[in-house]
Ligand binder design. Structure first.
Ligand SMILES: [Zn+2]
Length: 758
């Protein structure tokens, strides 16, 4: 192992957290660069796709235990990429012993043999690999694209399929109870699908179908020759059968007109419904039967607690306990019905995505299992209403467009391999673990993140570097079997100083958030909160005892961990883990779901939102993207101290963007950006900025547009005044300040210091 200490002095610079109060950098924090030779680092995997909590891997488990930091990987394996090398070859070169794909970190012993960087077996280079399709030259296997790119995609030959590649199959399952009709979501859904029907990923084999349900299940017969779609009602929900199995899921191209007819008539079909019941469980069973032969994607739109038939649920939330400082009940599912069904779906290559549009408690802790174990996604629009909640309608529209048009992989599996000695023991995300390291993903979407925890089972004594490789095998929407492979290489170190120097504070925070969600469900919320605080205490104690050579007073941290206590405090105040502040149970559960399956970038914004002053935006330091100037204001600490009543401040919390207007806000901002004459004239519930032809308006909208473009979902905008109802949710993100039920940042630091010096 290498000693790296001399080469990374900045990461280990001693910071006294109690003295230095302005530690938050003014611009986004980049991922740390692993301490590798320039040559290796140049070729390493992009940290947005694959990164490790410790960029320098401890040589042994005992060393890792001493460091008291979590070891794990975070992945965004199917992320949209601007450049992706694709390789077609009849033989995919893999290690004969551990099946690792040949990658940039293998070594060539000579022209004809390569040594696996995960198990060290020596393999022969096949003849075909000697030819380089890029340079069209022969005899330079180390120049092949597989050895020049850490991220690559293979088009797989037939031995990588168990059956012919499945077509793209989409089934929509729609709640049409009275409650659902009241929300008005059907209109938006149908219009959105009509608008995007030609952009659904797929080819000439794409299939589509619809089921609606209330107390009965309604199928839509789209048989050839029908002049209009025919609704078939099955009222025996105890024993679901498919009335005409062949004409319920139909070829989209051949029956497009019938499909469009369904979408045009659906919103009006149930206008006068008196049905209050919702037999979601039976509807899901019907949908499962319909999709079983092919697999595919099931999209479920639900607006209330299912209250009839299999899978019926009862309200478990006690509204008086929403602000409880004690333990929170009912974070785990009330029934295993949805988990079992999800596992059945997973076995048939069916993923279930859940869109919850409810104003009442709907037990997301139970319903969410249907997506969690089938590799689906969960979308949540609390208090959705077509008239009363226009901001939610806009979000739903934008999310649907992304959902319907983003790329998709079917019938997928993902395996993560690591160098001998390292072992993965826990996975986080939405999937089913089929065998120890094989994740079953009936669908894979480009917005899903994953995390894993690792341990060191055998000492990595003689190793300079170790590697990690994630391989995602899937069927594309065009019916091709493909394998996307990411390989990450990291140095091995044998001193605690070097381990600390390589700590990735954001990755650690993201992984700890996943671990804390599990802890809340399996043990209790207070256990999870204690574990988070202890993570900060233990790592800083270890640093103080084992790395610092000169003892000094204060709360000391290496520079690379200087934001760790801040992020831990932010997590403790995050919707998932907070106590003492009123939090609806479904809101809490949804927030936990997001921490588990969102890629790290979006998770970090949820945990620690970015705050900017925006009433004085300038072009200084601005970015220039496709002929647009995007201002880049500095990031401010999350404290009321940073606000001033003569300004306007924008807070990017990931899913939501707040624009707070001070009482004495610069009049120029009011007229030139908001288009109102005075503070008093700022309307309540403002969620759209007017498109004014002023430099200020253009700058502000460009900045917000740019923030939105950075992520695949659409954050709604809320303009906040002191009188606004939403002011509390804005202020709750000021995590550095003290509240009735929670410590300020400074108090939290004092608490940590006390515990450390015990
Ligand atoms: Zn191997």
């Amino acid at each position: 192992a290498m000693s790296l200490q001399s080469s990374t002095p900045e990461a280990l610079r001693v910071v006294n957290l109690l003295q230095e109060r302005n530690l938050l950098p003014p611009s986004p924090i980049p991922a740390p660069t692993p301490c590798l030779t320039q040559e290796l680092q140049k070729i390493n995997c992009n940290p947005e796709v694959f990164r490790c909590t410790l960029t320098s891997i401890p040589q042994s488990q005992s060393l890792l235990n001493k460091a008291k930091m979590p070891l794990g990987l975070l992945l965004h394996p199917f992320k949209d990429l601007s450049q992706l090398p694709v390789v077609t070859s009849s033989t995919i070169v893999r290690c004969r012993s551990c099946r690792t794909y040949i990658n940039p970190f293998v070594s060539f012993l000579d022209q004809r043999r390569w040594k696996c960087n995960l198990c060290y077996r020596v393999n022969d280079v096949p003849e075909e690999f000697m030819y380089n399709p890029v340079s069209r030259s022969y005899g330079e296997p180390h120049k092949r694209p597989e050895v020049q790119n850490a991220t690559i995609e293979f088009i797989a030959p037939s031995e990588y399929m168990l059956r012919p590649p499945q077509p793209a199959v989409y089934l929509f399952l729609l709640d049409v109870s009275h409650n659902a009709v009241e929300t008005g979501y059907l209109n938006v859904f149908c219009q959105s699908l009509l608008d995007n029907i030609n952009s659904l990923p797929g080819d000439s084999r794409t299939k589509i179908g619809f089921i609606t349900f209330d107390s009965t299940i309604h199928f839509y017969n789209l048989q050839e020759g029908l002049s209009q779609p025919q609704m078939l009602i099955v009222s025996d929900i105890e024993d679901i059968f498919l009335p005409t199995p062949d004409s319920l899921l139909v070829n989209l191209n051949e029956r497009k007109e019938l499909v469009q007819d369904v979408l045009k008539s659906l919103p009006n079909l149930f206008q006068k419904t008196m049905e209050t019941q919702s037999a979601l469980g039976s509807a899901l069973q019907a949908a499962f039967k319909l999709l079983s032969p092919t697999g595919g994607r099931m999209s479920v739109f639900q607006t209330q607690l299912p209250n009839l038939g299999a899978g019926a649920l009862q309200s478990r939330e006690d509204p008086n306990q929403r602000a409880s400082a004690k333990d929170i009940q009912h974070l785990s599912p009330a029934t295993d019905f949805y988990k079992k069904l999800a596992l059945d779906c997973s076995g048939q290559q069916v993923a279930v995505d859940l869109f919850m549009l409810s104003s009442q408690y709907c037990d997301l802790a139970s319903l969410g299992c249907i997506s969690r174990f089938s590799a689906g996604s969960i979308y949540y629009y609390p208090s959705y209403h077509h008239q009363h909640n226009p901001a939610q309608v806009e979000c739903f529209q934008k999310d649907l467009k992304r959902y319907l048009t983003r790329k998709i992989g079917f019938e997928a599996v993902m395996r993560i391999r690591c160098t001998k000695g390292l072992s993965i023991h826990t996975f986080h995300g939405n999937f089913f673990v089929r065998s120890t390291d094989l994740l079953s993903l009936p669908n894979v979407n480009p917005d899903a993140g994953f995390a894993v925890q690792m341990s060191i089972e055998e000492n990595l004594d003689d190793m300079q570097v170790v590697s990690f490789q994630a391989a995602l095998l899937y069927t594309s929407s065009k019916g091709e079997r493909r394998i996307r492979v990411h390989t990450l290489c990291l140095p091995v170190v044998n001193s605690l100083a070097d381990i600390f120097a390589g700590a990735d504070v954001q990755a650690m925070t993201g992984l700890l958030a996943c671990m804390a969600v599990d802890r809340s469900v399996t043990a209790s919320l207070s256990d999870a909160r204690d574990a988070l605080t202890n993570a900060a205490i233990d790592s800083l104690s270890s640093y103080r005892q084992s790395v610092l050579t000169i003892q000094q007073p204060g709360l000391l941290s290496p520079a690379c961990l200087r934001l760790f206590p801040l992020f831990i405090l932010a997590l403790l105040k995050q919707k998932s883990f907070r106590t003492g502040t009123s939090t609806r149970l479904d809101d809490r559960v949804f927030s936990m779901c997001q921490l588990k399956y969102q890629p790290l970038t979006y998770t970090m914004l949820m945990i620690h939102p970015a705050l900017y002053r925006v009433d004085d935006l300038t072009d200084e330091g601005a970015l220039n993207i496709s002929e647009q100037t995007i201002p880049q204001p500095r990031v401010l600490q999350l404290s009321v101290e940073k606000l001033s009543s003569d300004g306007a401040f924008l807070m990017d919390a990931g899913m939501v963007i707040y624009l707070w207007i001070g009482q004495n806000c610069n009049p120029n901002f009011l007229t030139q950006v908001l288009g109102v004459p005075s503070y008093a004239a700022v309307p309540d519930n403002l969620y759209l900025l007017p498109e004014l032809d002023t430099a200020e308006s253009q700058r502000t909208r460009a900045f917000i547009g740019w923030l939105r473009d950075q992520r695949p979902f659409f954050p709604s905008l809320h303009v906040i005044r002191d009188e606004s109802q939403r002011k509390a949710s804005f202020m709750q993100n000021m995590i550095e300040d003290r509240t009735e039920s929670a410590l300020s940042y400074y108090e939290f630091l004092l608490h940590l210091q006390q515990q450390i010096s015990k």
